[in-house]
Design a binder for this molecule. Structure first.
Ligand code: 5GP
Ligand code: MG
Ligand code: MG
Length: 180
């Protein structure tokens, strides 16, 4: 295990089981449709790639990069588009795939944006939900697991761009933040 990790919350096996459950629901809900999967960079990359393969049905994929965090562990409250979609969302059924919902600001902003762009439907699939962090009223339609109000890394999620490649999700040792 990585030396900076205090404890593992979800092993790769745990994540795979969560993903399989969500994929079954999504497959059933989108049967006969051709949803546009919107992967929110960079945290959701691992989850999205595993999820769409578990769904194994018609889906298109696009990417969007938004920032609200910078390198800190607390939200700045601002949402900024760093990379927009290549695909038009007008008339499309959208499935936003996100790593974790914390304050809810990112998804609140994106839902509003895609509504003004005339999406036909918008649903959210989040691997993790941190309900204690919520500042604006937004909920994910598919939630993998609820996590306590701790900063987690791994399986796509970073701290200062590190730890995204860990195959598990864990909590960082406090010393890692305190060094900065
Ligand atoms: P929100 O807009 O809901 O506050 O923030 C969502 C984004 O903040 C997530 O997509 C993620 O990038 C980041 N974030 C929130 N909580 C955590 C966390 O515990 N760990 C990491 N690495 N990122 C987080
Ligand atoms: Mg994110
Ligand atoms: Mg981040």
């Amino acid at each position: 295990m990585n030396d900076d990790i205090l404890r593992v919350l979800y092993s790769k096996e745990d994540i795979d089981a969560i993903t399989a459950r969500l994929a079954d629901q999504i497959k059933a809900d989108y049967a006969g449709k051709n949803p546009l999967v919107i992967c929110i960079l960079k945290g959701a990359i691992m989850f999205m790639t595993d999820l769409v393969r578990a769904v194994d049905d018609y889906m298109e994929i696009d990417f969007m990069d938004v920032s609200s965090y910078g390198n800190a562990t607390e939200s700045s409250g601002e949402v900024k588009i760093l990379k927009d979609l290549d695909t038009s969302v007008s008339g499309r059924d959208l499935l936003i795939v996100e790593d974790i919902v914390d304050t809810g600001r990112t998804l609140f902003y994106l839902k509003k944006l895609f509504n003004t762009r005339n999406a036909r439907s918008i649903k959210i699939c989040a691997l993790m939900d941190k309900p204690e962090g919520r500042v604006v009223d937004v909920h994910a339609d598919y939630v993998g697991t609820t996590v306590p109000n701790e900063f987690v890394v791994g399986y796509g999620l970073d701290y200062a761009e590190k730890y995204r490649n860990l195959p598990y999700i864990g909590v960082l040792k406090p010393a890692v933040y305190q060094e900065e």
